[in-house]
Write a protein that binds this ligand. Structure first.
Ligand SMILES: [Zn+2]
Length: 146
């Protein structure tokens, strides 16, 4: 029995669906690593802020810094091995992924209009060197004032 509901947004084959689920499942972990590390350093932030464009993953409202933790597949990390379009059902995936990338760009522009600086963090960067990602966020915050 499939766990997912079949609807208009469900890809038509099981393999692609399984891949999608795997990416999503895996996707929450790297962000948690960063959140925990920031918290341990005394950083306080809000998560999944619905009132801001694109519902940023981590937000430092006083410093007007938004952090987007992007899954490399869903958000098509340029040049990343994880960002390939599945060959099966490419007709389904290609426009979907393209829309994601487009929406991301719009969100960054909208955040900028609200005075927010956006840091995009890719999941593969977290896997490769989480402490370095944390440093990047910390130094962006210290240069943001507030
Ligand atoms: Zn990547």
């Amino acid at each position: 029995v499939p766990y997912y509901r079949r609807d208009a947004d469900t890809p038509p084959d099981a393999a692609a669906t399984e891949r999608m689920r795997a990416v999503k499942r895996e996707g929450t972990k790297p962000e948690m690593r960063i959140r925990k590390a920031l918290h341990a350093r005394g950083m306080r932030y809000r998560v999944n802020v619905r009132s801001l464009p694109g519902r940023p993953d981590i937000v430092f409202p006083a410093r007007r810094v938004a952090v987007l933790v992007h899954g490399c597949f869903w958000h098509q990390h340029p040049g990343c091995a994880s960002a390939t379009t599945p060959r099966v059902n490419a007709v389904y995936w290609r426009p979907k992924l393209r829309r994601n990338v487009q929406r991301d760009a719009e969100n960054v522009a909208d955040l900028a209009e609200l005075g927010y600086r956006t840091l995009v963090i890719w999941e593969c960067e977290i896997k490769r060197d989480a402490p370095r990602v944390v440093e990047r966020i910390v130094s962006a915050l210290s240069s943001a004032g507030g």
